[in-house]
Write a protein that binds this ligand. Structure first.
Ligand code: 3PG
Length: 212
């Protein structure tokens, strides 16, 4: 899959809803309920971070939930890319970008949202053909004001900013012409997941889905 094809596929996923939940799943038993709750609330694109021992199994379970588009986040190595694809991930997200990660996504046909945080990183990815990128860590790297400024010289790159975004500041990003969606963990709070309060998560998803 070429970078341009990956970016087209990534853009389509980013356009499904204004928010991509960033999920850290510790308990595999939560995976199906969590995916159903988020999809029911209007957030079909789900990023499962590869930060827990059950993450790949969670992707396997969530990929079966009707209406969802399940991706793997925190891709750090080519082995992560291969495992994510094998588990059924339909897209990938990485906090930054290395040639090895980019090559692995091309080889395994996994549309990637590669991470960038500076003008040079954004330009380096653009040179390779990645026109849709993750901006990370969004708030810490300059936030919406930074992305607005980057949009003047580099309007052809669109972003999914992630990191420090919540209901309060999501609109600051979503109002910009170079933002396709935002990512965030706030729609799946650990305490609600631990309680199995899926209705609360659907309510949070609904609020997030209504942001645009
Ligand atoms: C992450 O990779 O952890 C995401 O950027 C989520 O950040 P958040 O927890 O601040 O939403």
């Amino acid at each position: 899959m070429t970078p341009a094809e990956q970016s087209r596929a990534a853009a389509a996923i980013c356009r499904l809803a204004p928010v991509v939940p960033v999920l850290v799943i510790d308990d595999l038993a939560q995976a199906k309920w969590l995916a159903e709750a988020l999809v029911a609330g209007g957030l079909p694109a789900l990023e499962v971070t590869l930060r827990t021992s059950v993450a790949l199994d969670a992707i396997r379970v969530m990929a079966e939930v009707p209406g969802g588009a399940v991706g793997a986040g925190t891709l750090l190595t080519p082995a992560d890319v291969k495992a994510a694809k094998a588990a059924g991930a339909t897209f990938g997200v990485s906090p930054g970008a290395t040639d090895r990660i980019l090559d692995a996504c091309a080889e395994h046909d996994l549309p990637l949202l590669p991470g960038a945080a500076t003008a040079s990183e954004i330009m380096a990815l653009l040179e390779k053909g990645y026109t849709v990128q993750k901006f990370f860590p969004a708030e810490q790297a300059g936030g919406a004001a930074y992305l607005k400024s980057i949009g003047s010289p580099i309007p052809q790159v669109k972003f999914c900013p992630t990191g420090g975004i919540g209901l309060k500041n999501a609109r600051d990003y979503l109002g910009l012409s170079n933002i396709l969606c935002v990512g965030g963990s706030w729609v799946a709070p650990k305490d609600a997941m631990a309680r199995g309060d899926w209705a609360a998560i659907t309510t949070l998803a609904r609020e997030a889905a209504a942001l645009r």
